[in-house]
Design a protein around this ligand. Structure first.
Ligand SMILES: Cc1cc2nc3c(=O)[nH]c(=O)nc-3n(C[C@H](O)[C@H](O)[C@H](O)COP(=O)(O)O)c2cc1C
Length: 306
């Protein structure tokens, strides 16, 4: 059967590859047992119905969380599944008042686990010489692999998901509320549930592929980079992709009125505001305090734990 341009897989492929390559990729999708279609048509969901997940779906998610690759077979993560409404409400507050965490029947709290392997090392009678910052980076990769696999599994079964970096902002408090031991650190969450009635998230735009994927070497001319960013910015302004998520001007902490007119707020301004807002500073300082308070040595001193 030929693919058509109103095929969602074709549209998703075309949004990053262009029409010609998308023809071939969407044809290929028919041989990928649904994987390519699920991957390419991903869109985050932020409105959920209340129904709990059936047991078999939850079991599939648990299997997906742990069947992915894990750095050095260390399994340096622990995922905590939260279904209890009261506990979930608390998590929603602590992760930046994100109401969809509260709404979705399941929250998975992905935690870097720098405890288990250290305990084993000590129990075997060795000094723990691993470096916490290095381990935190590989633990983050481990747990993100699991969450993404769970997310794709859920989406392949008709459920919706949203990844939750906001968990890091409440890491210490979330760890306390979940009774986590020292060195088990909540970093990223995933909400899962049936999309709310009538809610069908649209495919969201991506930066042009040459900015995000290179071949062999860096090989990107600065003028080309600027032109590609301009192009993306214009498209997101025209489509008003970020208007609904505009970072309020007072958050920039510079006073006066918002200089960006309605309709002129695109990817470039949103990115700059996200990274430049005054409210960002305390969040950074909080991570600096939270991670050591959870027993990690992450100041890059090169120290090791005796
Ligand atoms: C590591 C990570 C953290 C994220 N954190 C949040 C979050 O805290 N809240 C949220 O609503 N979306 C969060 N997202 C979802 C992104 O906002 C979303 O993926 C992005 O806007 C692109 O939209 P799409 O996923 O629909 O294509 C996160 C995504 C990733 C990968």
């Amino acid at each position: 059967m030929p693919t058509t341009h109103d095929d969602p897989v074709h549209q998703a492929a075309a949004s990053v590859l262009g029409d010609d390559a998308a023809d071939a990729v969407s044809a290929l999708a028919r041989h990928s047992r649904g994987v390519l279609a699920t991957v390419l048509t991903h869109a985050s969901v932020r409105a959920f119905g209340p129904d709990p997940l059936p047991d078999d779906v939850e079991d599939a998610l648990q299997a997906a969380l742990v069947r992915g690759p894990t750095s050095s077979a260390l399994h340096s993560y622990t995922h905590v599944l939260v279904r209890d409404p009261e506990r979930k409400r608390r998590m929603a507050q602590l992760a930046g008042n994100q109401r969809w965490i509260d709404q979705a029947p399941l929250l998975i709290v992905g935690c870097a686990d720098l405890r288990r392997a250290r305990e084993v090392t000590h129990a075997q009678g060795y000094t723990y010489t691993a470096h916490d910052l290095r381990m935190l980076i590989s633990a983050t990769a481990d747990l993100t692999v699991g969450l993404q696999n769970a997310s794709l599994t859920a989406q392949s079964l008709g459920y919706g998901t949203v990844m939750l970096g906001g968990v890091l902002n409440g890491s210490l408090e979330i760890a306390q509320a979940l009774g986590l031991p020292e060195r088990v650190v909540p970093l990223v969450g995933l909400s899962v549930g049936r999309p709310g009635a009538g809610h069908r998230p649209a495919l969201r735009p991506r930066l042009p592929l040459p900015l995000l994927v290179r071949h062999e070497t860096w090989s990107l001319d600065p003028d080309d980079e600027a032109a590609l960013i301009d192009r993306h910015d214009e498209q997101t302004r025209a489509a008003r992709d970020f208007e609904g998520r505009r970072i309020p001007w007072p958050e920039m902490g510079v006073g006066g009125d918002d200089p960006i007119a309605d309709g002129d707020y695109g990817w470039r301004e949103h990115t700059a505001r996200k990274q430049g807002r005054a409210s960002w500073r305390p969040q950074g300082a909080k991570v600096d305090v939270d991670l050591p308070a959870q027993g990690l040595r992450v100041r890059g001193t090169g120290e090791v734990d005796g």
